[in-house]
Design a protein around this ligand. Structure first.
Ligand SMILES: [Zn+2]
Length: 125
């Protein structure tokens, strides 16, 4: 945080936080729809589509097959989810909007386009 003058205003921060929280909810819904649930460790895990325990081996097999089909999408969603959660954590500890590579302020218009952006434009991968 070298350039205080370019820091986001509280209003902008609140708007971005609202956008992040809304996206987090929709990503979590998507993940749940694809058979993923968040475990106690914070990792996303496969979920049996059957109620209760995974007692029926054929149900488990179906579920594994379904997960395999959805893996690229689910991985993308998980990655997005991690970005969003990290961005929200940064808002809480006051480092939000800082490039993770060079520690310069990320331009506000970039954050408006992608509130979970981790880097400035120069360091976007
Ligand atoms: Zn940078």
């Amino acid at each position: 945080m070298k350039k205080d003058a370019e820091k986001l205003s509280q209003v902008e921060l609140d708007e971005l936080r609202g956008a992040l929280e809304a996206e987090k909810d929709s990503v979590e819904e998507e993940l749940a729809a694809h058979g993923r649930v968040q475990g106690e460790t914070g990792d996303w895990q496969g979920r049996s589509t059957s109620e209760g325990e995974e007692s029926d081996p054929s149900d488990v097999a179906d579920n594994i097959e379904e997960l395999a089909t959805n893996v690229p999408l689910v991985e993308e969603l998980e990655k997005r989810h991690t970005d969003i959660v990290d961005a929200l954590e940064k808002m809480d500890n006051g480092t939000y909007g800082m490039c993770e590579t060079c520690e310069e302020q990320i331009p506000p218009d970039r954050l408006e386009a992608n509130a979970a952006a981790r880097t400035c434009i120069a360091h976007a991968s």
